[in-house]
Design a protein around this ligand. Structure first.
Ligand code: SF4
Ligand code: SF4
Length: 494
């Protein structure tokens, strides 16, 4: 692997230094000097035929600049990356500072969305048997975590633990939700503020809205847009759910306008029948806000033909629109283009610093784990309806880390660390060692076929694809300077 990646946009040439995460404009003379040095011909620079059109003074100037960049380490050979191992103590630390706990309260649902991850399109999830989680299971999980939190040294004196309810349709097991809220209210913990959130299809919204408003639940409502965009969200009788859901949301908005304003957001799945402009106009007109977009998961697809006929990417939908720039500006981080740019600026450039210490003294060489997978429980602890404990709800249930039942919690942190190191990291590390995203990877390894014979990472970047990735982001900023300004001013990932 090389440290220096050269690439071109529509207007300029650039040099990117992987070691320094620095991108500098590259004069054609400098670009040629770098190439000649890489080929072991630095001495031939003054007589190089490709530099014929330039004066000796200019060539001498860029040779001095080249020496300067080398002295600063911008132009250098690539630092070797040694990946660290996961330890039980780092998992323990994440449990002590857990910020999101989500219960899959039921696998029952009152809709049969055609693209549902638990439906006929996919495999890899536990069979849906119409089960509800018993409060005894949720209580054991809470007791286990309480015992850790009571004895822990948290990183901050007061922190929020968000308790989420997930399904199926969580409101179909409202009793468990009520019991969990009651439990945390009756068992306050010093230094912890509990907050609640839920992803819901809104079919039962009005029945429970008083409770949700009273406890300030943050609601993520799944609604794909207008009736046409929402066509795959059908009831158990095969009827469209749109009219019913639309009415429920309208009633919530009228009954609790302030709560609706600050605590309700939407998510819309994009598919081949959606129209992104129509969706945005719908949410703006009806609810005075934008929706977030998501795509059909491409993981563990079994019915490829149906999947292919239904799938469309968000970026593909925006590209089809004549209002592309307007959509990027409206969606900002929700636009894949802006999201990619934000990732570049936050993780692959020296434009954004996590804190003043790193700004003044540089990034400390922290031990680097392979891939962008989270350390278990650093983002979430997810409990399935059958009591499996997972790092989140998005990954296959085969990656369960432990179990909880009415008898208690089985979570062996040493075994989890060993499994990550020996079964997962050891398999993907040879690929990551050759990948240009290795120091700033966002790829979850559970989407790379880590259980299969051969891992396939669709975000793997060799020299050429990394150069293309850099060029795409720099090119977008050149064409859209507003995007740089707004990302720097408005988006904070830390
Ligand atoms: S998708 Fe992967 S990286 Fe993201 S929270 Fe889940 S387990 Fe962690
Ligand atoms: S993008 Fe894939 S191959 Fe590259 S470092 Fe991340 S996980 Fe490894």
């Amino acid at each position: 692997m090389k440290n220096n990646v050269t690439f071109s946009t529509a207007n300029y040439d650039y040099l990117y230094s992987c070691n320094h995460k620095e991108c500098i404009p590259l004069h054609p003379i400098l670009r040629r000097i770098i190439k000649l040095d890489e080929d072991g011909c630095l001495g031939s620079v003054p007589n190089d035929p490709e530099l014929n059109g330039y004066s000796p003074e200019m060539i001498a100037y860029y040779l001095r600049k080249y020496d300067y960049l080398k002295a600063r380490g911008i132009i250098a050979s690539k630092d070797n990356v040694e990946f660290a191992s996961l330890t039980a103590s780092s998992i323990q630390e994440e449990l002590e500072n857990l910020s999101v706990l989500t219960f899959e309260v039921t696998d029952r649902c009152n809709l049969r969305c055609r693209y549902c991850a638990y439906g006929d399109l996919y495999e890899g999830y536990d069979e849906r048997k119409g089960q509800d989680m018993d409060f005894g299971v949720a209580q054991k999980m809470l007791e286990y975590l309480y015992s850790i939190w009571e004895n822990a040294n948290p990183l901050s004196s007061v922190r929020t633990v968000a308790i989420g309810f997930y399904g199926g349709e969580p409101l179909m097991n409202f009793e468990l939700i009520r019991q969990v809220v009651e439990y945390t209210s009756k068992h306050p913990l010093s230094g912890i503020v509990f907050k609640y959130n839920m992803t819901t299809n809104a079919m039962l919204l009005n029945k429970y809205q008083d409770f949700l408003q009273k406890h300030d639940f943050k609601l993520l409502i799944s609604l794909d847009g207008t009736k046409e965009d929402d066509c795959h969200r059908i009831t158990t009788n095969g009827k469209p759910s749109f009219e019913h859901v639309y009415r429920q949301v309208k009633v919530l908005k009228q009954t609790y306008p302030d709560y609706f304003q600050h605590s309700v957001v939407f998510n819309s799945v994009i598919h081949s029948k959606s129209n992104i402009e129509r969706i945005l106009d719908f949410f703006e007109k009806e609810f005075g806000r934008q929706t977030m977009f998501s795509e059909l998961s491409n993981k563990s697809v079994v019915n490829k033909e149906v999947y292919d006929s239904m799938y469309r990417s968000v970026i593909g939908s925006i590209a089809l629109s004549a209002r592309q720039r307007e959509l990027d500006e409206k969606l900002m981080y929700g636009s894949p283009t802006i999201s990619s740019l934000t990732y570049y600026l936050h993780h692959l450039s020296n434009e954004v610093f996590k804190d003043y210490r790193t700004m003044f003294y540089g990034v400390k060489k922290l031990s680097l784990l392979p891939t962008g997978s989270c350390i278990p429980f650093s983002r979430k602890l997810f409990v399935t309806v059958t009591g499996k404990i997972l790092a989140c709800e998005h990954i296959s249930h085969e990656f369960a880390l432990g179990r909880v039942s009415e008898q208690g919690v089985k979570l062996n942190l040493e075994e989890i660390a060993q499994k990550y190191n020996e079964q997962y990291y050891s398999k993907i590390t040879p690929v990551c060692k050759k990948c240009y995203m290795q120091k700033c990877c966002a790829q979850c390894m559970f989407y790379t076929g880590i259980q299969e014979q051969k891992v396939v990472c669709r975000n793997y970047k060799n020299y050429d694809s990394f150069a293309k990735y850099l060029a795409t982001n720099l090119n977008y900023m050149e064409q859209n300077p507003w995007a740089y300004d707004r990302v720097m001013k408005e988006i904070s990932l830390y």
